[in-house]
Design a binder for this molecule. Structure first.
Ligand code: ZN
Length: 429
């Protein structure tokens, strides 16, 4: 794979050429490399020559990594430290290399950046980070003639409100997500490409994400895994670190239950909207995210959930699809909601029979403080103090419950299957 870019009047175009080389191109049958270029619109005063070569290399990798067979060749040399690390971590190579390039050191007086989406988790992250944090929103450019249910109005409103509140925010337009089909981020942290390219322009010393406990530690999936040993962290965490923008994962020890609790109490909470299909402060109430959010907010605020609302929730097509699977995505969150529910709605009772497997659920409202290691040292104290304003810290017993999280046995038990079938039948009615 080859990459060349050109910069004209603020528009930075990245062109890729998949060589006739083994492995270049499609990632899988499901995710295909569908375009050979993308554009990103940089702010006034931005100079591409100021971008450290390793940041440039990192941004390119986050754009096409899954589609690179064995090697990628750029139009700019990267540092030997970056290239060697990439080779070791991926078994692919990046070139050219200039032995004279030193790794990037963030400038003095640098600040944290946040890959901001406008959703609940990244709004929780913004709440916990210092006020000097620069929020950077990747605004998807929708190509002409393309029809989509994706709506960015709520996120754009959020950006505007933060700006009015005196916060530093950038909204950077790009069609990067159209490099692949189906449309989306080639790597889950590709949403930070604007922040990476702006890191030297702004002076960033880290990049924060709204990564939560469920994504980092696989809680709510089948089994807990320490994020520090997961290949995602080892590969991308290391490359970000070498590029002078280490991960700043302030919410990685907080469950979706916890980020929702933070947002309910945060000054910016009214801006958070995870639904990408509704309008401003008007979620669609027809998607899986809306299903979880609506019920979660109710149980967290101690409000009863009326039966007619539940009827409506259980009729959401996308929610039915997720709920009727044997294993539900973010099952721990659904378990939390079901355990907190005290009414007699038939669907909710059947759901509770399926997912409430006597787990201790109190810890989902608390902070798993071992995750502090994913926050750069200079921000740990601030963030810890901020978190403790909203959440309790898990006890050693609760930490152990997190680390012992394992649904494998339960999922294969007969009683689980029976309960799962009963609930699936209910959804069919
Ligand atoms: Zn929605």
């Amino acid at each position: 794979m080859k990459c060349k870019s050109n910069f004209k009047n603020g528009a930075w175009t990245f062109n890729f050429k998949a060589e006739p080389e083994l492995g270049d191109g499609d990632f899988s049958n499901k995710v295909r490399f569908s375009r050979e270029s993308f554009v990103i619109e940089m702010p006034k005063g931005f100079n591409p020559d100021d971008v450290h070569p390793d940041l440039y290399g990192l941004a390119v990798l986050l754009s096409v990594y899954p589609f690179v067979g064995k090697r990628i060749e750029l139009d700019k040399a990267v540092s030997p430290v970056f290239a060697n690390a990439f080779k070791k971590l991926s078994n692919k190579s990046i070139s050219p290399i200039d032995e004279g390039i030193e790794v990037r050191k963030p400038p003095s007086h640098s600040v944290p950046g946040l890959a901001f989406s406008g959703g609940v988790d990244s709004t929780a992250a913004l709440t916990l980070l210092p006020a000097s944090t620069v929020a950077i929103f990747l605004e998807r450019i929708i190509p002409e003639g393309v029809k989509t249910i994706y709506r960015k109005d709520a996120a754009k409103f959020s950006v505007e409100e933060l700006r009015k509140a005196g916060r530093a925010v950038h909204s950077i337009r790009t069609d990067l997500e159209y490099l692949r089909d189906p449309v989306g981020f080639p790597v889950d942290v590709s949403n930070s490409v604007p922040a990476i390219l702006l890191a030297d322009h702004i002076g960033l010393d880290s990049i924060a994400f709204g990564t939560i406990l469920e994504s980092a530690y696989r809680v709510g999936h089948e089994k807990y895994v320490d994020y520090a040993v997961r290949s995602h962290y080892i590969r991308w965490g290391t490359l970000f670190e070498i590029s002078g923008v280490p991960f700043n994962l302030v919410t990685s020890g907080i469950s979706e239950v916890g980020t929702s609790k933070i947002v309910l109490e945060s000054e910016f909470g009214y801006l958070a909207q995870s639904c990408m299909r509704g309008g401003v402060r008007n979620p669609c109430f027809n998607c899986w995210k809306c299903f979880r959010k609506l019920l979660l907010d109710r149980v967290l605020s101690g409000e009863p959930i009326p039966d007619d609302l539940l009827d409506k929730a259980f009729s959401i097509k996308e929610a039915k699809k997720f709920l009727s699977k044997d294993f539900i995505k973010h099952q721990n969150v659904i378990e939390f909601i079901s355990s907190m529910y005290s009414g007699n709605h038939k669907g909710m009772r059947l759901l509770a029979d399926k997912v409430c497997n006597n787990h201790n659920i109190s810890m989902y409202k608390k902070w798993y403080s071992k995750s502090v290691k994913f926050i750069p040292a200079q921000y740990r104290e601030h963030v810890t103090q901020k978190i403790s304003r909203y959440l309790d810290i898990m006890s050693p017993k609760e930490e152990k419950a997190i680390e012992d999280y394992n649904l494998e046995e339960i999922l294969s038990s007969d009683s689980y299957k029976t309960a799962s079938d009963k609930f699936a039948n209910y959804l069919l009615q």
